[in-house]
Every structure is written in structure tokens, then in C-alpha cells.
Design a protein. Structure first.
Length: 122
């Protein structure tokens, strides 16, 4: 979109751009707070952008945050419809490997059920 000669990303594109900046230029806490406010994203546009997105990291993180926030639009996006790459991705020292999306994130981003499934100990 253009606003008086200023090019501005749609919210759907902007969140993917922000996810691509993790963890180098953005914090997980900030992204989580922003994701919490994204209740009105457009699933069709998200689908198109996710299919065109070349960053496996951004797509996997998108679904980690989308699952944790559980907005209504999430039900229209099936992670299996997108190329999420193969093999684990490590982003955070001391993080936990997300059991579904195979990416290391801060432990607080893995909900109780998934955390129980990924624990090695009792």
C-alpha cells in the first residue's frame, strides 16, 4: 500500500517480515505481544503470502505464534499446505524444540500440552 508516497506493508506481510527478523533484530516477547493483537488478519491473503514466502524460519515461527494465540483466522490455514522445510532449526540458546514445527523457541511459547509431550524427563 502507498500512503502519500510512503510504501507500507499490509499487517499480514508485516508480521512475516517481523518474524524473519527474529531473533537478530526483534524479540520474541515483542512479536508475541503484536501477534496477540492480530485478530483481524485475512486468511486468503495470509495463505498467498505464506505460499510465496521463501523463509522456512518465518513460516514455522508464524505457525508457532498463530497456534499460541488461537485467533479465529488460524482455523483456515493448514500448515501442511506450506513448505516448512525439513530438519530442526535452532534460533535460541537454552530454548526448547517445538514438537510440531521443529524450531527452537523460548520455552514460554510452547503451551502446557506440547511441553509435556516434548519433555524428556518425568
Amino acid at each position: 500500500r502507498q500512503l502519500n508516497d510512503l510504501v507500507v506493508s499490509t499487517p499480514e506481510r508485516a508480521i512475516l517480515e517481523m518474524l524473519n527478523e527474529l531473533p537478530a533484530n526483534e524479540s520474541f516477547h515483542n512479536v508475541d505481544a503484536i501477534f496477540e493483537s492480530l485478530a483481524n488478519l485475512r486468511p486468503r491473503l495470509l495463505e498467498a503470502l505464506l505460499k510465496e514466502c521463501r523463509s522456512v524460519k518465518a513460516k514455522r515461527l508464524f505457525f508457532v505464534f498463530a497456534d499460541s494465540q488461537d485467533h479465529a483466522w488460524r482455523q483456515y490455514l493448514n500448515p501442511d499446505d506450506f513448505d516448512l522445510g525439513s530438519g530442526p532449526r535452532a534460533l535460541v540458546d537454552g530454548g526448547r524444540l517445538h514438537p510440531r514445527y521443529d524450531i527452537t523457541v523460548p520455552p514460554e511459547l510452547i503451551d502446557g500440552k506440547e511441553r509435556d509431550e516434548s519433555d524428556d524427563g518425568p
